[in-house]
Design a protein around this ligand. Sequence first.
Ligand code: NAP
Length: 286
Amino acid sequence: MEKILYAKPVIDSEVEKLTKKCSELKSSGKVATLKVILVGQDQGSVIYTNNKKKFCDKIGADCEIIKLSEDISEKDFLAKVNEVNTNDQVHGVLIQLPLPKHLSHIDTTNLVNPAKDVDGFHSSNIACLFRGGKGLDNLTPCTPKGILTMCNYYGIDLEGQHVVIIGRSLIVGKPLALLLGNHNATVTQAHSKTKNLKELTKSADIIITACGTPKKFNSQYFRDDQSQIVFDVGISRLPEGGIAGDCDFHQIKDQLKAITPVPRGVGPMTIFSVAQNLLQAQENSL
Ligand code: NAP
């Protein structure tokens, strides 16, 4: 197996399948259509939404970024969501977070039509994971789904493996624990109150860091026998510029079997999963 697990070869190999699926669905008369609702001009959100649009363009899907004003009323915002939720020509709906302060009390998770929920956060889609869903054929949260796609591509068999996940957020840690458990991994979920984290990570076959503390995981957290695999989900902006993952990549890479870099590791897989979910949603609608 490669030492550095980049997203690019995974996406290059899968994008062809997605493009083919998109054009097959197109021949049924319907272009896969995603509507991304963006309120305001948060710099990060603008970049994320543009990246999603670029990827949709690449596979032949249609993506519109609906730009709403920063001071849109709650009533108008909800009306716009309802409009895309009920439009038969729209297969995927995504509300880009964060919302401005006056809308931040809205639970967007269950606002999107579950059949169009390309983020996979709606409680009925999460319930699929609770019921044992394997992820790839469901509208599954995108980062966990992307990690599963990487495992499949790089031949990482999860069955019986001890996976330690650091983080228990609703978007990464929790759905990831369910998903990998459904693939017969033995999952331990760690968080900020976990004791003996170093012993835990050293005991694992696979470690997935998703805590958002840059370069926290140094050589002391891993064995030295090149048998462990690390997925680094963290993305943090450094005060000196640039971004870093949760792992001290250069310090630990030689003691591991394999590791995802930051950037170019798990991050691009998340956008790829949005496209996968969009085509799944369209297929389900037909
Ligand atoms: P989050 O909601 O802030 O959750 C962080 C989790 O990490 C919490 O469960 C927290 O524990 C745990 N944690 C924090 N500090 C810890 C420590 N020192 N030791 C052990 N556990 C600790 O974050 P998130 O939304 O899941 O995102 C996590 C990171 O992944 C961020 O850097 C984010 O930017 C990145 N991210 C990347 C992608 C991607 O596409 N690659 C997607 C989403 C997020 P408690 O529950 O006890 O507070």
